[in-house]
Design a protein around this ligand. Structure first.
Ligand code: NAP
Length: 334
């Protein structure tokens, strides 16, 4: 466990490892982290830092895995009293032994004393956990989450706890669990906050202030816009890359296919990497972000058709223009 204070806006790129058992970790490491060097330019949705609500002193973390552990380490270092709830006693003990949290246990009743709770369980458990928390929390408590897709979560969680604010810290590692937690993981990384119409602005300000204290660059968007953006930069590349692999695999001429496999080099390696990853990951993307993914796949098909049309009709000027725009604008995503 390392600690650090002070702000690096643009952390060095991480060396990504091969995959492991967690779909969510891979979702972030394989597809989102290549954006780590993106300059943090102000945009229309970039959020100003509000002052931290001084009444927030005690923070709860439910789910002491990678993300929950990283949050706990940073928040404790920032001076908050941090209560953690894990599923297994082994995780509780490890969190206490390593001073990741101030107090920990397996019972959500521990959250009765906190001012704000970060729900850091696997995605499918976030809404049920908010429902279970509702019987334990003080009336003024804020609940926020760290789930990687927001549309499925925010409305359902707000129904269960009106003082809910959706959030997504966009940082990760190849490893899972508390043992992989480290300080400052969120520093210099985007943190998207996704309020809806009914969300309390005071609660939103509090979440933004805490994310800013973590050193994150905070963005505010609707859950839908978040899910569409993630579909474009993370989920679409996986499907396109898988389709590329299938195209090559379906080559009918055995000699051509074998030769292609022998001579494939760095370009093919780069463009096929995310499509050749964990199938479970792609399934999760498609199932949990189905509508945004379908929409962006249709747009992609339209782009592909336009390129086919230009080549069929030998409109080389039009093709050149498209390729030039692609070359010029690619850095906007890097
Ligand atoms: P993780 O390392 O596998 O941790 C998940 C933790 O949840 C485990 O420590 C587990 O506790 C705990 N847990 C499971 N069921 C629970 C329950 N019923 N009550 C309390 N705790 C429970 O996963 P993660 O990578 O931190 O991901 C957690 C969330 O962060 C997901 O919603 C994901 O979408 C989001 N996220 C992930 C990344 C990433 O790259 N990893 C980035 C941003 C957001 P035990 O140890 O006791 O089993």
């Amino acid at each position: 466990m390392i600690t650090c204070i002070g702000g690096l806006r643009r952390p060095a790129p991480l060396l990504m490892k091969a995959f492991n058992d967690s779909v969510w970790r891979e979702l972030h490491t394989s597809s989102l982290l290549p954006a780590m060097n993106k300059p943090m330019l102000p945009t229309a949705i970039n959020v100003q830092t509000p002052l931290l609500n001084p009444t927030i002193k005690t923070v709860g973390i439910v789910g002491l895995g990678l993300i929950g552990g990283c949050l706990a380490l940073d928040l404790k270092r920032l001076g908050y009293t941090v209560y953690g709830v894990a599923r297994r006693m082994a995780t509780v003990n490890a969190a206490l032994e390593n001073s990741v949290v101030t107090q920990a246990g397996c019972d959500l009743a521990l959250m009765a004393q906190v001012d704000i709770v970060f729900v850091c369980t696997p995605m499918a458990l976030i809404v049920p956990t908010v429902g279970q928390l509702a019987t334990h929390l003080s009336e003024s408590a804020i609940v926020t989450d760290v789930g990687s897709i927001k549309g499925e979560i925010v409305v359902a969680a707000t129904d269960l706890w009106p003082n809910f604010v959706g959030g997504h810290p966009m940082a990760g590692k190849a490893e899972a669990g508390l043992a992989a937690a480290e300080a400052c993981l969120f520093r210099g990384r985007p943190y998207v906050v996704t309020p809806i119409e009914t969300t309390s602005s005071a609660a939103v300000d509090t979440v933004i202030a805490i994310a800013t204290q973590l050193g994150s660059q905070v963005y505010r968007s609707t859950p839908l816009a978040h899910d569409q953006a993630v579909a474009a930069i993370s989920h679409l590349p996986v499907m396109v890359s898988a389709a590329l692999l299938h195209t090559c695999l379906s080559e009918p001429d055995a000699e051509v296919k074998t030769l292609a496999q022998e001579i494939a080099s760095s370009g093919f390696c780069a463009t096929s990497r995310v499509g050749g990853g964990n199938p479970e990951l792609g399934m999760m993307m498609a199932q949990l972000n189905r509508s945004a993914l379908l929409q962006i796949l249709q747009q992609y098909r339209h782009q592909l058709d336009a390129i086919i049309g230009l080549i069929e009709t030998e409109q080389w000027g039009g093709l050149q223009q498209r390729l030039t725009v692609a070359q010029q604008d690619r850095p906007k995503y890097l």
